[in-house]
Ligand binder design. Structure first.
Ligand SMILES: Nc1nc2c(ncn2[C@@H]2O[C@H](COP(=O)(O)OP(=O)(O)OP(=O)(O)O)[C@@H](O)[C@H]2O)c(=O)[nH]1
Ligand SMILES: [Mg+2]
Length: 229
């Protein structure tokens, strides 16, 4: 096997976890099963419930952090591992961990960022407001980038660690969009991979209106900044 072909020994799966007691056992069990227990797992945790204990029982690295929002947690999560491939996911059992091999294959095909596109298959499990919001975010981002993107706020992506290290990240709620837009604007090889999306296990902590406005602002800020670089 050539040196530049990665296996799950080269992969870290990382996530923010905020009171995900209802889902974390399933998510970490799925990751272990599909990666033959070879991916290392990092949870940046702000929970008051048993989430961090469950994560440790699964052998995950747990970094504790006061709750400061999605992007603060995920930024810590993506910059913690030292493995060459970093995969993000949410810890609410919405993303198909059985697709991890496809994400790794696309990295091995030469892509720098592989982004799970939930809207391709219709995202029936997504609340209507979120779905229409996500379609609007993708159109706005496509307009600013001059290139069609389909799902800017997906939580499931694989990155070559080099991309994460080469770029300065500024957004919080909008970090997911930023993690797609800046690499695209800078000419990294980015691929969107259609994925299924399931209904969330456990309660949401996100307010769709304030969250949505923050994401729209991030897309505008990042889009305009990248055009003027
Ligand atoms: N550590 C930490 N994790 C967070 C924080 N906010 C969100 N998360 C985690 O980040 C991931 C994404 O958050 P979600 O609540 O699923 O956000 P979403 O997918 O946009 O919305 P819903 O799934 O509809 O609730 C989940 O695993 C959360 O537990 C935070 O402030 N701190
Ligand atoms: Mg979620």
């Amino acid at each position: 096997m050539p040196d530049d072909t990665y296996t799950f020994d080269d992969v870290s799966v990382v996530m923010g976890t905020y009171n995900e007691e209802a889902a974390i056992d399933t998510v970490l069990t799925d990751i272990a099963a599909v990666t033959d227990d070879r991916a290392n797992v990092v949870c940046v945790d702000s929970s008051q419930d048993r989430t961090p204990e469950i994560a440790r029982e699964h052998g995950a690295t747990v970094v504790e952090q006061p709750p400061q929002g999605y992007g603060v947690a995920v930024h810590e999560a993506i910059t913690t591992p030292d493995r060459p491939v970093v995969v993000t996911t949410d810890c609410d059992d919405t993303y198909p961990m059985e697709r991890l091999p496809d994400f790794l294959d696309a990295i091995n095909d030469g892509y720098d960022v592989v982004s799970g596109d939930r809207l391709y298959h219709g995202a029936d499990a997504m609340p209507d407001t979120n779905r229409y919001g996500n379609i609007a975010f993708a159109l706005l981002a496509s307009l600013l980038l001059g290139e069609r993107v389909h799902d800017t706020t997906t939580g499931m992506r694989a990155y070559r660690r080099r991309v994460i290290e080469d770029i300065t990240w500024t957004e919080n709620t909008g970090l997911s969009a930023e993690l797609l837009l800046r690499p695209l604007a800078r000419g990294y090889r980015v691929r969107e991979l259609p994925i299924d999306y399931r209904e969330r296990a456990g309660e949401t902590t996100l307010d769709p209106l304030t969250g949505g406005l923050a994401i729209a602002k991030s897309i505008l800020t990042v889009g305009v900044e990248e055009r003027h670089r």
